[in-house]
Design a protein around this ligand. Structure first.
Ligand code: FES
Length: 159
């Protein structure tokens, strides 16, 4: 449709040179240009949270974000949350608590929970529920997800 623009994006600490149309979303660039398919396409209209990534540490719906607007920002996807080849503590907790069902929503939930705990290491259950407000689980397995994230809270919330 439009001419391609050349620019680079910093994704998981690496600069990626791109030449894409200005209307391409970050989700499209991740999945179709960079083959980073851990970020999921669910609704593609901002309703499900499956496409959540972090931009400068804050959750962002990649299906609603034009890639070209994110030049100079630090983008973190599910592929970037592991450290030294080990699962992120949120990933381990979700597995240990049996919170993963079909798994489709998990990459969005993991990055959202990571952002929450990075900003607030002691979230209450209400804060966890609020943080996950944009992440839909189509298996409706919210109780185990919240339990898993609560297990990482320094205050171990019970209500
Ligand atoms: Fe982006 Fe559903 S795919 S919110």
């Amino acid at each position: 449709m439009s001419d391609r623009l050349s620019f680079s994006l910093q994704i998981n600490g690496e600069e990626h040179a791109l030449a894409v149309a200005p209307e391409r979303t970050l989700l499209e660039v991740l999945r179709e240009e960079l083959r980073a398919t851990g970020t999921r396409r669910g609704c593609d209209q901002g309703s499900c949270g499956a496409c959540m990534v972090l931009v400068d540490g804050e959750p962002r719906l990649s299906c609603l974000s034009l890639a070209v607007t994110l030049r100079g920002r630090a983008i973190t996807t599910i592929e970037g949350v592991e450290t030294a080849g080990a699962l992120h503590p949120v990933q381990r907790a979700l597995i240990q608590h049996g919170a993963v069902q079909c798994g489709f929503c998990m990459s969005g939930i993991v990055v959202t929970a990571k952002a929450l705990l990075d900003h607030n290491p002691s979230p209450t259950l209400d804060e966890i529920r609020q943080a996950l407000g944009s992440n839909v689980c189509r298996c409706s397995g919210y109780a185990k997800v919240i339990e898993a994230i609560a297990s990482l809270s320094k205050v171990r919330p019970h209500e």
